[in-house]
Design a protein around this ligand. Structure first.
Ligand code: ATP
Length: 239
């Protein structure tokens, strides 16, 4: 990998209760990359994001952020390092305005210094949020809510953005709009890991992808290569 390694999972095992869901997952994300995590329902994609952001503990193996082991670093400190998750289902506060929701993303120490610049940037990236800045978040369409959730994460000055199924429940045109913003986000220096079931769409955007099956990485490579992979085509692309 030519660029600087930003995130690395080395043989990570994790789960819930006494059920192991991730089995020795290893993956790498270089600075400036967009990496997709693919897989069927219950493959462990969301669990992988949770373990990266620290919402659930690592059982075995290690996570490195810029070569520093972070498995024991609590989630709020991981946000300070720049690891920011956009949760599945958006989790906005419906009775607060778009602006208030966005500002909530800027609570960490690093982000507080650049609230104004970050807000300006988010409203430029998603002009519809500028139009609806003083509207209640609950009154937004699904696509606009997803934009607001991504915008809120960008308010935290992320170095790496963890996106959990940003396309869930959205029309193809809206999905393209949202994905269309990610190259600009990357150009602003933000790396991204995207969990998706919408394989075709995400492979058009991501540099590389990992495919999870029953909590194990079964396939990985550059997106172009995976698009031609017979196994992936049969399993996910319906070809
Ligand atoms: P989906 O697209 O359906 O969200 P996924 O690949 O993200 O799928 P995960 O949500 O990571 O899959 O779930 C992996 C496994 O872990 C599933 O068997 C699921 O039932 C289980 N699981 C997920 N969350 C919890 C939880 N909070 N408590 C117990 N088991 C869980």
């Amino acid at each position: 990998m030519a660029k600087n390694l930003l995130l690395k999972l080395d043989g990570v095992c994790a789960g819930y209760g006494d059920i192991e869901v991730l089995h020795e997952v290893s993956l790498e994300v270089a600075e400036g990359e967009i990496v997709a995590l693919l897989g069927a329902n219950a493959a462990g994609k969301t669990t992988a994001l949770r373990v990266i952001s620290g919402l659930i503990p690592v059982w075995r193996g290690e996570i490195y952020f810029e070569e520093r082991p972070i498995s024991r670093v609590p989630p709020d400190e991981r946000v300070e390092l720049g690891i920011v998750q956009v949760p599945e289902g958006r989790r906005l506060f419906p009775f607060m305005t778009v602006r208030e929701n966005l500002l909530l993303g800027a609570y960490n120490r690093r982000a507080r210094r650049s609230v104004k610049a970050n807000l300006k940037r988010v409203l430029e990236l998603f002009p519809v949020l500028a139009e609806r800045e003083h509207q209640l978040a609950g009154s937004l369409s699904g696509g606009e809510q997803q934009m607001c959730a991504i915008g809120r994460a960008l308010m935290a000055s992320p170095r790496i953005l963890l996106l959990d199924e940003p396309s869930l429940g959205l029309a193809p045109l809206v999905v393209r709009q949202i994905y269309g913003v990610l190259p600009a986000v990357r150009a602003g220096g933000v790396t991204a890991v995207i969990v998706e079931q919408n394989v075709k769409e995400v492979l058009g955007l991501a540099d590389r992808a990992y495919v999870l099956e029953n909590g194990r990485v079964v396939l990985s490579g550059p997106s172009g290569q995976l698009r031609e992979d017979e196994r992936l085509k049969r399993a996910y692309l319906g070809i």
